[in-house]
Ligand binder design. Structure first.
Ligand code: PLP
Length: 748
């Protein structure tokens, strides 16, 4: 199959082909197959609109979904290569930031696999988020280009004008086909690019002229918004995305033979977080310009749009000064004002106003008033939305609120990244679980079967070996017999990588005091910090400094090691997840909406060390107390502490158990590795503010983590817990999540 493609494309044999030619041929093979699959048509069509789609590399998963994987792998094996080797040549598009973007990608896989009529809609950033490079123990940012002459993108040639006041730019539609697993149809990612985008604007790192919007709109995802030009640029980008999307949606409505008045019957738009919220006023604007009365347009759009909330962090809830919107999208502001006025007539309470008393446009509020559904992304998160963050809205619209616990695609996060484990499962319960993940529970019957448990441990050891090889290629030596303790996720104070660091400092001091652990531990981190998020970068700096301190200490380095992978992305996750043994899910309770990293790691047999936050709570319920390592204050207590301002970092810092750990940040060994200003800032923050209460849970965290390391020594007991975790992970398949969205919201 690949041989014919090579012959056709390059006139070479499998033996003669270069690695580049093999990759190009495999890409072309997939693209041809995918394009012959029909898209799903239906009475009602879903547009999943999102600023991010963190799809990861596509070759291996597409071959799997198309049913070509075995055949192509066999052809490659005969010439000493493999699909994995080819995929090394594929650049990973960094079209997302973290969990939210990865969720959108998992959802597209499930939408395609379930054969639902739905496409993803977003932007085609040429340089994605950024590529993280460590320099002198600090994060620096570089452009992360991924568009090559041969890529997954297909140019449709369709263009859409977008108006910013008097200025007009043009969006061009590109598509990436997404074949469903074992399916006869496909979905598409439909990504808009700015015609005339100019990479020449990029200067040092990822800085560029933020004011030249006619040439910069699709250069980067989330450009630095610490100044006004950056904030305006985000509005420009968002409007560019939704204006193109609105035109596409209305065009396809007409192409499908439906009238504007039937919009709500034939279109459903899932707004993934607030970045695409302006789709609401933009659709209303276009409908009214065609002559539809305002209230009818607002009503139709409201019955077509549904909103997913991803965070309760106040600083992450988007709001734009009305004056900024007036400047960027003057044609849209009258519509937003009219929507605001109508909402205020119906609901005059100031806390639900779209345009608030500070003349800020509150995007989430617009989504809730003018959408028919609001969902949180895990049970606890939705409860917190209803009872605190969005309580005034829940009182007005209780019927709009629904909970949809996130999920992950098992194609990528088990069958793709851990074929040995997938095979282990299939040999015991048959292949049904691949289409119906709930069937995984049948695996639990092997929880005391010695042979199965031994094999499970062997598979984990092989996953660790494979990661050790990948790390060696990146210049890191790791002991494959050490315990792999993993925290991989965006760097954010609420996720509390700093608390993990304080544990490592504690452990280091224990070793220096002669308390030797039973077995070496490797602490693996992967995390990017937002370029303008100073304290997050300080935390990265402190972890990298601590890594160097340990590395240079002949005593401690025998027992502990920190490995911080550079440029954490989907490809790294696919290597780390099968190797992980301890899954660090240590966010401050109430702050992590769901998490999906927790699901990937559980599915691959890591045990969770976690707070009762987000989906951790559901994981703990499913696997039971004895198979989950819980610590920390519960969310109600944390919410109360915030409400009454009862948390005092200083008081906790003064405890004799805690003070030396925090002080170590400024001890001589650290200062020899790093920068006193950055370390000092983190020290100051932890001792005087500690907004996400790392010191509050630190002692409990240390206690439970030590318990976990002890329990690890009972290898059969540990393996049994692993097996239970895998068996209970079926609930977290994104196929289940998407089936629920469809049943309760989309009704496709
Ligand atoms: C799954 C995933 C995330 C989300 O991780 P959380 O632990 O849920 O925050 C972020 N980045 C990448 C690359 C992922 O694959």
């Amino acid at each position: 199959m690949l041989a014919e493609q090579l012959e056709q494309q390059f006139h070479v044999t499998m033996e003669q082909a270069s690695a580049g030619q093999l990759y190009a041929a495999a890409l072309a093979l997939c693209r041809q197959r995918q394009q012959t699959l029909p898209t799903v048509e239906g009475e009602r069509k879903l547009y999943y609109i999102s600023a991010e789609f963190l799809v990861g590399k596509l070759l291996s998963c597409n071959l799997m979904n198309l049913g070509l994987w075995d055949q192509v792998e066999e052809e490659l094996r005969r010439v000493g290569s493999s699909i994995a080797a080819l995929e090394d040549a594929e650049p990973e598009p960094s079209l997302g930031n973290g969990g939210l973007g990865r969720l959108a990608a998992c959802f597209m896989d499930s939408i395609a696999t379930l054969g639902l009529p739905g496409d993803g809609v977003g932007l085609c950033y040429h340089y994605g988020l950024f590529r993280q490079v460590f320099d002198h123990n600090c994060q620096t940012e570089q452009p992360d280009g991924w568009i090559e002459p041969q890529s997954w993108l297909r140019d449709t040639g369709r263009e859409y004008p977008v108006q910013f006041g008097a200025r007009q730019v043009t969006g061009r539609l590109y598509e990436i086909d997404l074949p469903g697993y074992g399916n006869t149809s496909r979905s598409r990612l439909r990504l808009f690019d700015l015609v005339g985008v100019d990479p020449g604007l990029i200067r040092e790192g990822i800085t560029f002229d933020k004011t030249d919007v006619a040439h910069n709109l699709t250069l980067f995802l989330y450009p630095d918004d610490s100044d006004r030009a950056g904030r305006l640029l985000r509005v420009y980008q968002q409007y560019f995305m939704v204006s193109c999307a609105a035109q596409l949606i209305l065009e396809e409505l007409a192409e499908r033979g439906f009238s504007r008045e039937e919009l709500d019957r034939h279109v459903v738009i899932q707004i993934n977080d607030t970045h695409p919220s302006m789709i609401i006023p933009e659709l209303v604007r276009r409908l009214t310009e065609e002559g539809m009365p305002f209230e009818q347009a607002a009503d139709l759009v409201s019955r077509s749009c549904a909103y997913t909330n991803h965070t309760i962090l106040a600083e992450a809830l988007e709001r734009w000064p009305a004056a900024d919107l007036e400047e960027v999208v003057p044609q849209l502001m009258p519509v937003i004002r009219a929507l605001d006025a109508l909402a205020k007539r119906r609901h005059p309470e100031p806390e639900v106003a779209i345009i608030d008393e500070n003349q800020q446009v509150q995007m989430a509020r617009m989504d809730i008033h003018y959408g028919f559904s609001v969902n949180g992304v895990a049970a606890l998160h939705t409860e917190i939305l209803k009872n605190s963050e969005l309580a005034p809205f829940y009182r007005i619209y209780p019927e709009k609120f629904t909970s949809k616990t996130n999920g992950i695609t098992f194609r990528r996060w088990l069958m793709g990244c851990n074929p040995q484990l997938a095979d282990f499962i299939t040999r015991r319960i048959g292949p049904d679980w691949k289409r119906d993940a709930a069937a995984l529970t049948r695996l639990a019957q092997w929880k005391t079967d010695c042979e199965s448990l031994t094999e499970l441990l062997r598979i984990k050891a092989a996953g660790k070996q494979a990661l050790v090889r990948a790390l060696a290629a990146a210049g890191e030596t790791v002991d494959p017999d050490s315990i792999f303790d993993v925290q991989i996720k965006r760097l954010h104070e609420y996720k509390r990588q700093q608390m993990n660091l304080l544990y490592i400092i504690w452990k280091y001091r224990q070793i220096k005091a002669g308390k030797i652990p039973r077995r070496p531990v490797t602490f693996l981190f992967g995390a990017k910090a937002a370029p303008a998020y100073r304290i997050a970068k300080d935390i990265i700096h402190a972890i990298l400094c601590m890594a160097a301190v340990i590395r240079q200490d002949p005593e401690a380095s025998k027992w502990i090691r920190i490995v911080f992978v550079e440029n954490y992305n989907v490809s790294w996750a696919e290597r780390i997840v099968p190797a992980a043994e301890i899954s660090e899910q240590i966010s401050l309770a109430s702050k992590e909406a769901s998490g999906t990293g927790n699901m990937k790691l559980m599915l691959n047999g890591a045990l969770t060390l976690g707070t009762l936050d987000g989906a951790n709570l559901e994981i703990a319920d499913l696997v039971g107390e004895e198979n989950f390592y819980r610590f920390g204050r519960p969310s109600e207590e944390v919410i109360r502490l915030y409400a009454d301002g009862g948390y005092r970092a200083q008081d906790l810092y003064q405890k004799p158990e805690i003070e030396p750990l925090v002080d170590f940040l400024l001890a001589k060994p650290m200062l020899r590795q790093g920068d006193a200003e950055q370390l000092g800032r983190l020290y100051q923050d932890l001792t005087h503010k500690d907004w996400f209460m790392a010191l509050l849970d630190l002692e409990d965290y240390i206690r439970v983590k030590e318990q976990m390391l002890d329990d690890y020594e009972d290898r059969n007991g540990w393996a049994s817990k692993m097996l239970i975790n895998i068996a209970q992970a079926g609930y977290f398949s994104s196929d289940r999540t998407i089936a629920e969205y469809n049943r309760d919201i989309w009704r496709l």
